[in-house]
Design a protein around this ligand. Structure first.
Ligand code: FBP
Length: 548
């Protein structure tokens, strides 16, 4: 395989580990835990894995001989930079326990476990993938592990390969699956441990014990580099308004982080739109006003950041989507059997009056996207909705009306971008390379200590890596009950942008200035070699959230 010069140099990078993990580890157990909400319901559903204590690893343990152990690993859901380092950290961790330990990777996500599709990950393979982006070492998939038949089918190959523990690297949905699987295997006394690792570029799998999900750092830095380049182009040509949609299915963490890094003229934060009960027209009016004010100052250019999940946060749209989700969950077959050109009418005829009216008012393309197949977890595939075009078209219409009324004088020429897939497989930043390696290594220590139903946790991440705190959090602690596919289900609570949190407050305090002035910041590409302040800086979000 031909490799780039950077790939070759990067292969030699030795990720940093928290110092507690360097030698023999002492295990400190905390108080019993509770789920974040719906305690009674979660306790009933997870009688074997509910209430377990928090775990912290400390220096000064006693070195003991550990028998060789076979471990399975699964990459689940969307790619996120650093996944290969979670696997290499896990590999090095189990090899350190005993050099004869083995790691098996299931191919193309949780489906690989059910279909018995796997490879043994030997040191030759692992070495090829250290510090690289992507999930291609074993591939990823979105199969939802939720049925007893799947758990039992998985057990067959687990037994055949002598696997004692399974590590599931995924986002909130996949870690919910990990928890359900851990509970099932514990209830059946099968002696198979299940450990989760927090992955997602979306940054919405976080809480007190999980400071950030891996991949968020690298993805945001990659997008911010390109946004900065666009801003500089925009400030050079001074003739375009750039509408940039950013990935992040639900929460606006990516858009907000990129705004903090690049200081655009507008950044919409979905959580604020919802909290202020804004309509689509309110959002459009806000953007159009910024455009008009800049035009009045002679600036017919600018940048607008739009979070991918916006549509679902506009309260009226949210009500529409909720009804559509329930309706399609129960009538999907009938709907799919209807001729394509009659589907819109069919939906309008079956929705409540309020939602039917909103659905009917949407441009054809957007309405169609809302009624397309959900992903296996029941989510609308928001990455397919062209919100950036929808908004710029509506802004253009509003500006044309204002022009007639004499309220706007200027030129409005939009350009559209969607950044998502460009960042998901970027070569991990030093932060993600170190963080992921530490998460994988921590998983091996949780396994060695017989834990199941835990997620690897590495905290204190704005300090140098040596001072990071490694341990485990019971996954049930992060759960609540939510409506999915028309039914109440236990799921890990998504962390949305907090409007009283430091990152949003910093943005809100500056956005008026950024709207009027051209105060762009150009972060440039991720640096892997050089001074620590250039190469190791965590995200602005993490720095602001963790500021003491
Ligand atoms: P995960 O939550 O699985 O990490 O995926 C995140 C994400 O990248 C979202 O930002 C995006 O909406 C979605 O995946 C796209 O999914 P797909 O890769 O199936 O197109």
């Amino acid at each position: 395989m031909t490799k780039s010069a950077l790939q070759i140099a990067r292969a030699a990078y030795q990720p940093k580990l928290p110092k507690a993990l360097l030698g023999a580890v002492k295990v400190k157990e905390g108080e019993p835990t509770q789920s974040v909400a719906d305690q009674e319901a979660i306790k009933q559903l997870f009688p074997n894995t509910y209430g377990m204590p928090l775990i912290q690893f400390e220096e000064g343990g006693v070195a003991t001989e550990f028998p060789a152990i076979n471990v399975g690993v699964i990459l689940s859901g969307g790619q996120a930079p650093g996944g290969h380092n979670v696997i290499s950290g896990l590999f090095d961790g189990i090899k350190k326990l005993n050099k004869d330990s083995k790691l098996f990777g299931f191919i193309l996500g949780p489906g690989g476990l059910v279909d018995h599709n796997y490879i043994e990950l030997t040191s030759d393979i692992i070495d090829e993938y250290r510090n690289t982006g992507g999930f291609d070492i074993i591939g990823s998939g979105r199969t939802k592990l939720e049925k007893v038949e799947q758990f039992e089918k998985g057990l067959e190959i687990i037994r055949e390969l002598g696997i004692k523990a399974l590590v599931i690297i995924g986002g909130d949905d996949s870690n919910t699956n990990a928890c359900v699987l851990a509970e099932y295997y514990a209830a059946k006394n099968y002696g198979v441990q299940v450990i989760g690792c927090p992955k997602t570029i979306d940054g919405d799998l976080k809480n007190e014990m999980i400071e950030t999900s891996f991949g968020f750092d690298t993805a945001c830095k990659t997008y911010s580099e390109v946004i900065g380049n666009i801003e500089r182009d925009c400030n050079s040509a001074r003739k375009y308004w750039h509408f940039i949609k950013l990935m992040g299915r639900s929460a606006s963490h990516i858009a907000l982080e990129c705004a903090l890094q690049t200081q655009p003229n507008v950044c919409i934060v979905s959580e604020e739109v919802e909290a202020k009960d804004m309509s689509l027209d309110d959002v459009v009016t806000y953007i159009a006003q910024v455009v008009a004010d800049r035009a009045a100052a002679g600036n017919n250019f600018g940048t607008v950041l739009i979070p991918e999940g916006l549509i679902e946060f506009i309260p009226a749209m949210k009500r529409l989507i909720a009804e559509l989700n329930d309706f399609l969950a129960h009538n999907g077959e009938e709907f799919n059997a209807i001729e394509r050109n009659k589907q819109r009418e069919y939906i309008i005829n079956h929705l409540s009056a309020e939602n039917a009216a909103i659905y009917a008012s949407l441009p054809e393309g957007v309405a169609r996207q809302l009624s397309l197949d959900r992903d296996p977890h029941g989510n609308v595939q928001v990455s397919l909705i062209e919100t950036e075009k929808l908004l710029s078209e509506m802004v253009a219409t509003k500006l044309a009306a204002w022009k007639k009324e004499g309220k706007y004088v200027g030129k409005f020429a939009p350009q559209h971008h969607f950044f998502g897939y460009e960042g998901r497989c970027a070569a991990p930043s030093n932060f993600d390379a170190d963080y992921c390696y530490s998460l994988g290594y921590t998983a091996s220590v949780l396994i060695a200590n017989g834990k199941t139903g835990y997620m690897s946790s590495v905290r204190n991440t704005t300090a140098p890596a040596a001072e990071w705190i490694a341990g485990g959090v019971p996954i049930t602690m992060m759960m609540n009950m939510e409506r999915r596919h028309g039914e109440m289900k236990p799921v890990i609570q998504k962390a949305l942008v907090k409007l009283d949190g430091a990152p949003f407050k910093k943005f809100a305090a500056n956005r008026e200035t950024w709207a009027k002035e051209t105060a762009y910041v150009y972060p440039g590409p991720i640096q892997y070699f050089g001074p620590s302040e250039v190469c190791d800086e965590p995200t602005k979000t993490l720095q602001l959230e963790q500021a003491k």
